[in-house]
Design a protein around this ligand. Structure first.
Ligand SMILES: [Cu+2]
Length: 131
């Protein structure tokens, strides 16, 4: 009897885990980050740990940029349908385009940069602070 209760308890825990990891994306606030030559605005992006958010990456310039933060994306839980937008920890944002990536960030301070040639050298870098 005790054993079957224990097994039932374990089953309940494993069933509960995936649904707990599915946030309500429609309630997630939108955080806009502007990409331009050669900066991120804001350069320090502050997010709440464990709170779903939609990163709205907006490139108002004509040249392409990327939002590269491999450690940040690795630690975060990216919405399944947005995973294809994050390649190698970077999100490409073509000129005059915007890209939304919904995720649940994990606590930490992460470096952010644009990997296009010389862009970070010209100042296109920042940080993501998740508390
Ligand atoms: Cu750039």
């Amino acid at each position: 009897m005790k054993r079957s209760l224990l097994l039932a308890g374990l089953a309940a825990v494993s069933l509960a885990a995936p649904s707990a990891a599915q946030p309500n994306w429609s309630q997630a606030p939108r955080v806009t980050v502007a990409l331009s030559s050669f900066k991120f605005a804001p350069a320090t992006i502050r997010l709440r740990a464990g709170q779903p958010v939609i990163l709205h990456l907006q490139n108002s310039g004509s040249g392409g940029h990327d939002f590269s933060a491999p450690a940040f994306f690795k630690a975060a839980t990216v919405r399944p349908q947005d995973k294809g937008r994050v390649e190698g920890g970077s999100v490409d944002v073509a000129g005059r385009e915007s890209v939304d990536v919904a995720l649940v960030p994990a606590a930490g301070t992460y470096p952010l940069r644009c990997t296009h040639a010389f862009h970070s050298m010209f100042g296109m870098k920042g940080s993501i602070v998740v508390q």
